[in-house]
Ligand binder design. Structure first.
Ligand SMILES: [Zn+2]
Length: 152
């Protein structure tokens, strides 16, 4: 899925996570959710984030390690070692997982159990296709409604 679709979905999921986990530092939490929601595409040299870290895109295949449960666990552990803050770890788990869920709907899928590359979660949607833009609109709308307390 596209950059802004990931951000909008991360934002929406982050709003629900704030309620569910009873988060008190909402801005700090949402910052890490949003960064985590786009982080996995650092493995694509032409993605918005990957352009700044091109060598990573050359070293790692797109939708390989960075799009796996192993990466989610590794970055959560690194965050714990770096900050020791439970809130940041939850934010990373929420944001990163939101990215993988959306990419699993894509026809290319993700090797979520990397390094087992053959076992893929995949859907039928095309990144940048009409469904991508419809989802972007839906996520923005639901995020706005959630933010203004018009939906649960
Ligand atoms: Zn991705």
């Amino acid at each position: 899925m596209k950059f802004f679709t990931h951000l909008a979905f991360g934002f929406l999921v982050g709003l629900y996570a704030i309620d569910f986990f009873n988060i008190s530092q909402e801005l700090l939490f949402m910052f890490f959710v949003l960064v985590s929601s786009i982080f996995a595409d650092i493995d694509h040299p032409d993605s918005k984030l990957g352009r700044w870290f091109k060598p990573l895109g050359w070293l790692f295949s797109h939708r390989g390690f960075f799009h796996s449960l192993l990466a989610v666990a590794l970055f959560a552990i690194l965050a714990y070692l770096a900050w020791g803050n439970q809130l940041i770890i939850i934010a990373i788990l929420v944001g990163y997982s939101s990215h993988l869920i959306l990419d699993a709907l894509n026809h290319q899928g993700i090797a979520f159990l990397f390094p087992l590359k053959k076992l893929k979660l995949k859907g039928f949607l095309k990144s940048g296709g009409i469904a991508d833009y419809i989802m972007l609109g839906v996520f923005i709308t639901l995020g706005f409604l959630k933010l203004t307390n018009n939906i649960f």
